[in-house]
Design a protein around this ligand. Structure first.
Ligand SMILES: [Zn+2]
Length: 400
């Protein structure tokens, strides 16, 4: 059976994974990302990253690709030692940034990829070359959200017959993002402004520097949930709370934001992070936590509806830490979507939002870009082992 090579380039790690075509993992290893921060700074307070310090004899614009190429060679040699020979039929790459092809190169541009390593081949659309196309097997690359969405879409296609282009994967972790299979630009839902948000709750965001915004990520993501709790608690006894209360409580059903903040027990917690807020909210142990989680759910639901209208989606699977650790939160988001879109004559069939049905979309993402369609059923079973019997009758292959 032919094999597939997957690569996942993040801001801190570079993962390689070799798998059989049927989705059986054969060998995997993690290395440092070329963009991993060293802790030092360069001129103008830019963070120094790993490829500032190694391969310095190679020009900056070729250095990232050279590092990735060398690391891949090292991985393949180690893999051969461990598992014997293999036969690569395709390579998929999941990349931390906007991803496109340019002159036979795969190029990225993102928030964690310093542009001093960009190629100057195309000044209108500068980007960093990460790898070249190959003559011996296909190489396909996508933004990491799109790659995870592609893996998830294989399951939706096999289990429910949904066209991959009508599905999306929501990244609900430290940040908030979205991927749609086959869409070469990431749908930046995290930076859609939340219109009803009072300025007192605006936060600085990665999309701007030193300029607070009402970006959806500032309320829906783990970082946003924690910051909302800190901001609201800091406004205790401030007249601002009374001013912003009416427009916020209208979104949730509580009567007074001032009372929620005054009575909240979160402030006594030594560490106010997303986990603390969500743990209090889950057990209804603190009304302020319930309010913040509900606000996060409303913002996520509104973003799902917006992106469904724009891209013609019928199914959104939500993954990553905030969703995974809090399935009740994913259910709340789903309920808010259903409430807001009830009787919609435009979202037909109705938009369904749920916790992603597959176990590890990020891990399968890169490989899913090159898996042949003949393997989709086997892949769907491998990716969603916790859902036995969910696949339509007759699709079980009886093969592990
Ligand atoms: Zn933003």
């Amino acid at each position: 059976m032919p094999d597939l090579l997957g690569m996942d380039l993040g801001g801190t790690k570079l993962d390689f994974l070799l798998a059989a075509e049927d989705g059986t993992f054969l060998y995997e290893k993690q290395y440092d990302s070329p963009f991993q921060k060293t802790g030092k700074t360069l001129g103008k307070a830019n963070s120094e990253v790993l490829v500032d310090t190694i391969l310095t004899h190679i020009p900056g614009e070729q250095r990232v690709a050279a590092y990735i190429n060398q690391t891949e060679d090292r991985f393949l040699k180690e893999a051969e030692k461990k598992i014997g020979s293999f036969d690569i039929a395709g390579k998929g790459a999941s990349l931390c940034g906007k991803t496109w092809e340019q002159n036979g190169n795969i190029v990225i541009a993102g928030g964690n990829t310093p542009m001093r390593f960009a190629s100057d081949q195309n000044k209108d659309k500068p980007g960093i070359v990460v790898m070249k196309a190959r003559a011996d097997y296909p190489v396909k690359a996508a933004n990491d959200g799109t790659a995870a969405a592609t893996a998830q879409s294989i399951y939706y296609k096999v289990a429910h017959g949904i066209d991959p282009k009508k599905t999306a994967y929501f990244i609900l972790g430290t940040g908030f993002g979205c991927g749609i299979p086959g869409c070469d630009v990431p749908a930046e839902i995290g930076h859609i402004p939340v219109g009803f948000m009072p300025e007192a709750l605006w936060q600085t965001c990665g999309c701007t520097t030193g300029h607070p915004t009402a970006c959806a990520e500032n309320y829906a993501s783990g970082r946003g949930i924690a910051n909302c709790a800190r901001i609201l608690l800091s406004l205790k006894d401030s007249p601002v709370l009374k001013t912003i209360s009416p427009c916020l409580v209208r979104q949730t059903g509580f009567s007074s934001l001032s009372d929620l903040v005054t009575d909240s027990r979160i402030s006594r917690h030594p560490q106010i992070d997303a986990k603390t807020v969500m743990d209090y909210a889950k057990n209804n142990a603190d009304d302020l936590a319930v309010f913040i989680a509900d606000l996060a759910a409303q913002v996520t639901a509104d973003a799902a509806i917006a992106v469904a209208h724009l891209f013609g989606l019928t199914r959104v699977g939500i993954g990553e830490s905030v969703a995974r650790l809090n399935p009740w939160h994913a259910d709340n988001i789903a309920k808010k979507v259903a409430d807001r879109t009830r009787n919609s004559n435009m979202l037909v069939p109705p938009l369904k939002v749920e916790l992603t049905p597959i176990d590890n979309p990020a891990k399968y993402g890169a490989l899913s870009l090159v898996v042949p369609e003949s393997q989709y059923e086997t892949w769907a079973e491998k990716m969603a082992p916790s859902l036995p019997g969910d696949l339509p009758a007759g699709s079980q292959r009886g093969q592990s």
